[in-house]
Design a protein around this ligand. Structure first.
Ligand SMILES: C[S@@+](CC[C@H](N)C(=O)[O-])C[C@H]1O[C@@H](n2cnc3c(N)ncnc32)[C@H](O)[C@@H]1O
Length: 196
């Protein structure tokens, strides 16, 4: 195993042991495939956590990635992890993504933050997408609960799942993007901007 793969594996193990939600390996592989097939060069990621996915994608040749995290402890751990890699193609931002104003445009935007806020992130950051850009949203199945919100006893969980269900309705009825769902990990939504 090379040095970067070792670092990535150590971060993954740390995430699992410390209950930090990170993408599944299958999800990382699927997004990596999309990045390569679509000649993606720059990425905006909403939800860094400890920079596991950030470093995975930054290790793809020719990629620049900006990633936003609001939690202080996770942001500090993410900084520490990025430092280990010596990568200079990662820009970490410590803030609430809904409060920031990013001017740059990106080929790919990955939404992997508070699941109840997907619609807000989508509507805000679609303005930062290049023509023919792609938005990917993770956890659209939310551990199998999505589509079954009426059966959920916990009020908080039910409200959150209902927001994901509403977001899926919004995606299915939108005119700006072609949407594909991929049943990998916790289900990905892949939204490609139409050429209107
Ligand atoms: C699922 S984790 C990200 C995992 C990471 N993408 C990975 O796979 O390694 C979601 C992260 O988003 C952060 N988050 C949630 N809402 C946010 C917001 N509004 N702005 C910035 N970060 C947010 C959480 O603190 C959490 O660390």
């Amino acid at each position: 195993m090379d040095r970067i793969s070792r670092i990535i594996e150590d971060i993954r193990e740390y995430g699992i042991q410390n209950n930090v939600p990170i993408m599944s390996v299958d999800t990382i592989n699927e997004i990596t495939k999309i990045i390569k097939e679509n000649n993606i060069k720059n990425i905006l990621e909403i939800g860094t956590a400890i920079a596991y996915s950030t470093i995975c994608f930054a290790s793809i040749e020719g990629i620049k990635i900006t990633s936003v995290e609001r939690d202080n402890d996770r942001f500090l751990k993410a900084q520490e992890n990025v430092k280990l890699t010596n990568f200079n193609n990662i820009n970490l931002i410590h803030d609430d993504a809904l409060n920031i104003d990013i001017k740059d445009k990106f080929d790919l935007i990955i939404i992997d933050a508070a699941k109840s806020q997907n619609m807000k992130f989508f509507n805000k950051f679609k303005e930062n997408l290049n023509d023919k850009g792609i938005i990917i949203i993770d956890n659209l199945s939310f551990h199998g609960y999505v589509g079954k919100s009426n059966e959920i006893k916990s009020r908080n969980l039910r409200q959150m799942v209902r927001k994901i269900e509403k977001f899926l309705d919004f995606l299915d009825n939108n005119q700006e993007f072609d949407i594909t769902y991929i049943n990998v990990g916790d289900k990905l939504g892949v939204c490609k901007k139409k050429n209107i």
